[in-house]
Design a protein around this ligand. Structure first.
Ligand SMILES: *Cc1c(COP(=O)(O)O)cnc(C)c1O
Length: 368
């Protein structure tokens, strides 16, 4: 079975992890700071906070942003549930903006009319690794005094108008996930990037139980916090992986071009687009099929023939939990069309040209 995504681990990665295993530090130690510094430097942001996973990164960033009970946060319905679950956990209410059908990202032109007095923040999700229209989103947020937190889980290694995704030029914070299918991996892992020292310090505090060392060198708890610490084994893997991220994303770019070439003049599916000014990290390659019936049949056909196609994502509001928690009636035209017709084809460094051809031929065969 060809999976839809897969990690790339080499001997160097392994030897870095083994080195840590033979050292005195296993939990958060010197490797964390090293990883955070390389990540911040790579992205062009001032600070990075490494945490246990992308979900924890979302939770900490929302806490640092002061999001709490009764606050509304505008985001995309085309995301992994973690983006909005961490809002629900805080008693905040996700408000879903419809998406664009060219990028499958939230439509920046539909934001303004969703803003009310309760709105606290906007959380753009860079779907499949292509940035949202951040300059416009930033302008709207500034006008209404809203925080902007980028869910950049898909975007490490991608660029937006020349700047790296994660540089926080148009946001207060950006979060990453290092789950094995993402641009780089630490097994489980995540990070928050920011240029704001106060937010940075607050996230460091909340990462370790809200405990500080006071003037008399006592450890005292001053805030209600968590244990969201990453291990040094994971951080050393992260630093090693980060050195290769440009190559990984380059390979994903090549795969996207190969698919586009294979499906040139093939009208049965609509291919994903990379807009001008963008360099997508191509976390996912998602064409659209004409209708949900054909999509489901094509999915079954490809799976039967050894291609691990996937579905990213069912609209967050279509999940049973959301349906029974206030989102039973929501209708967003583009999102509804998108999630009924989207299909994720395999895309990851290491996917061979022959495999891409096989996948493309199977799709063509299905429609012939
Ligand atoms: C992967 C992902 C997350 C969560 O990351 P974990 O590391 O799995 O907790 C959040 N948002 C999006 C869009 C993701 O793809």
């Amino acid at each position: 079975m060809i999976p839809y995504g897969h990690q790339s681990i080499d001997k160097k990665d392994i030897s870095q992890v083994v080195k840590v295993l033979k050292s005195d530090w296993l939990t958060q130690g010197p490797k964390i700071l090293e990883f955070e510094r390389s990540l911040a430097k790579y992205c062009g942001a001032k600070y990075a906070v490494a945490v246990t996973n992308g979900t924890a990164a979302l939770h900490l960033s929302y806490l640092a942003a002061g999001i709490g009970k009764g606050d509304k946060v505008i985001t995309s319905p085309n995301t992994f549930v973690a983006t909005t679950n961490m809002l629900l956990v805080l008693g905040a209410k996700p408000v879903f903006a419809d998406i664009r059908l060219d990028t499958y990202n939230l439509d920046e032109n539909k934001l303004a009319k969703l803003i009310t007095r309760q709105t606290k923040a906007i959380v753009p999700v860079h779907f499949a690794g292509q940035a949202c229209e951040m300059a416009t989103i930033h302008k709207i947020a500034k006008k209404h005094k809203l925080m902007v937190i980028e869910d950049a889980s898909h975007g490490l290694g991608g660029k937006y108008h020349g700047g790296k995704i994660g540089n926080c030029r148009y946001s207060d914070m950006a979060i990453f996930s290092f789950h094995p299918v993402k641009s780089i991996t630490t097994g489980e892992g995540g990070a928050i990037l920011t240029n704001n020292k106060k937010l940075y310090q607050r996230m460091l505090l909340l990462r370790t139980h809200g405990i500080i060392t006071d003037n008399s060198n006592n450890k005292v708890m001053v805030e209600l916090g968590y244990n969201y610490r990453l291990t040094d084994m994971q951080a050393s893997l992260g630093t090693s992986q980060l050195k290769k991220v440009d190559g990984f994303v380059k390979q994903r770019q090549i795969i996207a071009k190969q698919y586009a070439q294979e499906f040139k003049n093939f009208k049965a599916i609509t291919l994903p687009q990379q807009l001008a000014g963008n360099y997508s990290a191509w976390h996912l390659y998602v064409p659209l099929v004409k209708n949900s019936w054909l999509r489901d049949l094509l999915t079954a056909y490809l799976k039967k023939n050894g291609v691990g196609v996937n579905f990213h994502y069912p609209a967050v509001y279509s999940h049973p939990y959301y349906k029974t928690h206030g989102y039973g009636k929501i209708k967003l035209i583009n999102e509804d069309r998108y999630h009924q017709t989207c299909l994720t084809l395999p895309c990851y460094p290491g996917l061979k040209t022959a495999q891409i051809k096989k996948i493309a031929n199977l799709v063509k065969e299905f429609f012939s």
